[in-house]
Design a protein around this ligand. Structure first.
Ligand SMILES: NC(=O)C1=CN([C@@H]2O[C@H](COP(=O)(O)OP(=O)(O)OC[C@H]3O[C@@H](n4cnc5c(N)ncnc54)[C@H](O)[C@@H]3O)[C@@H](O)[C@H]2O)C=CC1
Ligand SMILES: O=C(CO)COP(=O)(O)O
Length: 343
């Protein structure tokens, strides 16, 4: 980190990543009164934002507020920023963000918008940020909830969870992103909030598969409900708070992602359920469907802690082990009988 000190009176925020959520969250912050510089690795996006106030590739038809600018220059993006927001696909976060360690100011608050678990290390994204940027947990914040980028970019009302073990950092971020259409709630359960964000993507994949296979709402409700049970089971073992799972970052995000055709995870699952290969489904979906990779790291985490996650295991089997949808359906439905309340 630099010895640079952040001017706490400034409203300058850096957003690292110019995809659909990074760009949308930049617009939210600007609507809340911040001056936002988006760091993009694509020069054409920086040029387009300056010339037309759009990012058509990731947010078609959306005009960005005047408070959003974009640059490919990492130092320029974070210079003087009191908040630094990371919105990079989870599996690329470590490598992409490493050069920022020397640039982010010593007392900046760092925010993760990312919903994944790193392959190989099984780290949650705030743990990756702590290691890569050298930021202590009390200045690390996670934002997660039912937050489909396209709806928020259209300024449709929603709420989110702003989670940190540092109460001051959480309040600062909540104040910075509060607008008439975006309502943040603070929370101190970083483990639970982050796990919910990553694991719901896997459940959304499986719901998509079921819908692509032609199954209806009973199947969807079953996968969502039992999905929440297995996410909760892992979360509690990892030290999360039980209330988080029925909150916005838990049930809320699970509902939004599993129900909406806007969700990339849902769409990708649906393509596979309709019979497409994984490679073709990735191309057809476009954008980042985090659950495809995170299902493996989440399952690894669960196995390491002796926790059963049959739906996540089903995702791994279908997406990475070449098992068919029908074979996996039979295996899930044929699991040994047990009381519902046994978890
Ligand atoms: N799109 C959404 O509705 C929401 C997304 N998220 C999460 O936000 C994170 C970012 O997702 P999106 O912005 O939606 O993704 P996206 O697919 O729209 O964009 C990804 C961005 O990261 C950049 N990128 C991709 N690979 C990279 C690499 N190897 N190195 C450097 N940059 C790279 C791309 O150029 C692009 O700017 C994900 O973890 C996602 O789960 C969370 C809430 C809502
Ligand atoms: O996290 C999201 C909504 O809260 C976005 O979901 P997808 O990444 O599946 O589009």
């Amino acid at each position: 980190m630099t010895a640079g000190v952040v001017d706490r009176t400034s409203r300058h925020v850096a957003v690292l990543g110019s995809g659909s959520w990074g760009t949308t969250f930049a617009a939210v912050l600007a609507d809340a009164g911040c001056e936002v510089r988006v760091w993009t690795r694509r020069p054409e996006i920086a040029t387009e934002v300056a010339a037309h106030r759009t990012n058509e590739r990731y947010l078609p038809g959306v005009r960005l507020p005047d408070g959003v600018s974009a640059t490919t220059d990492a130092a320029e993006a974070v210079s003087g920023a009191r908040l630094v927001v990371a919105a990079i696909p989870s599996q690329s976060a470590r490598d992409t963000l490493a050069p920022f360690r020397a640039l982010v100011a010593d007392d900046a608050v760092v925010v993760s918008l990312m919903k994944g678990v790193e392959l190989g290390t099984d780290r949650r994204m705030s743990q990756v940020l702590e290691e890569v940027l050298g930021v202590p947990p009390e200045r690390l914040v996670v934002v997660s909830g039912p937050n489909l980028a396209g709806e928020i970019a259209a300024r449709q009302p929603t709420a989110t969870v702003v989670s940190s073990v540092g109460a001051g950092a959480a309040s600062e971020v909540a104040a910075a992103c509060s607008t008439p259409y975006f309502r943040p709630y603070t929370n101190a359960d970083v483990v639970g909030v982050e796990l919910c964000g990553a694991a719901k993507n896997v459940i959304a994949l499986v719901v998509g598969v079921a819908q692509g296979r032609g199954y209806g709402f009973n199947t969807m409700a079953t996968v969502i409900t039992r999905g929440l049970v297995e996410i909760t089971r892992l979360g509690l073992v990892l030290g999360a708070h039980v209330e988080t799972f029925s909150g916005l970052a838990g049930m809320g995000d699970l509902m939004a992602t599993c129900a909406s055709p806007q969700s990339r995870n849902h769409r990708l699952g649906r393509h596979v359920g309709e019979g497409m290969s994984l490679d073709d489904a990735v191309v057809a979906t476009g954008g980042t469907a985090e659950g495809v990779k995170s299902c493996r790291s989440i399952l690894e985490l669960a196995e390491r802690h002796g926790v059963e996650m049959p739906i996540t295991q089903a995702a791994v089997a279908m997406f990475h082990e070449g098992r068919s949808v029908d074979e996996i359906t039979r295996a899930l439905i044929g699991r040994p009988q047990k009381p519902e309340t046994s978890g």
